[in-house]
Ligand binder design. Sequence first.
Ligand SMILES: [Zn+2]
Length: 288
Amino acid sequence: MQLHECKTKNDKPVFSLLEHEGVKWLTSKRFEEMTGFRLAIATRFGGVSSGIYESLNFSVSQGDDPDLVKENFVRFGHATGIQAENMVVSQQTHTTHLRCCTKEDRGKGAVRHRGYTDVDGLYTDEPRLGLTISFADCVPVFFADPKKKVIAAVHSGWRGTVGKIGSKMALLMQEQYGCSPDDIYALIGPSICQDCYEVDEPVAARFREVYKEEQWPLLLVQSEKQKETGHYQLDLWEANRINLVDAGVSNDHIIMTNLCTCCNPNLIFSHRATKGRRGVTVGTIWMP
Ligand SMILES: [Zn+2]
């Protein structure tokens, strides 16, 4: 399996590819060593869905069979060691709403009915509860404080990113659990890279409203041709890094992805690469 890593952004290997009974997933050994917690990011391999959902798809919202999606959660959970009945899955609608997860949430969105909507971030201090975020180009961000034993995960597409959902979560960990920003670790997961992510002027304008002027040249790059169309290449990875640093997370506690979903659409589902005909990937973080 070839991982097409974006070396310009991060020249150190970030992810390792693991496999159990055909299910393949990514983890970051560095993140796991730094925190003592577990992280598993699914790939498309080892599930039972077919066609555009082939094969490890975790969403019914694109039209896949709910029984197959449930079986995919079971297989992914069995392979990675956090069983599907111990996962809790977001219900993402590009908000910045964060939800505290407890024992009562075990299995919700994976093998049980959710009972909540519009949740783009999850957090908990409960051990053996797998906080599960889905994505297919949008940025998943995982958080861990090994001292206070708190974990979190957010889904940060462009709307979540300008809404600063990453800052919001890191600040919540500090306010609600007394986490010191020095003890918070974060991983920005596989998602669309700047080279693949063209946006129009209205989206660019939202980023200029929210980010400092000196950050614009990094976040929004424009070719000569794009100057005529008013389009830009947007760096969601860097914008999310800024969001974390703004909330006090130290730069050397942030692991940045070097894997783009759109550059690797056969490995991880990509919305842009497939023009929307696709399944959904998940990532899960848990305290063992
Ligand atoms: Zn890319």
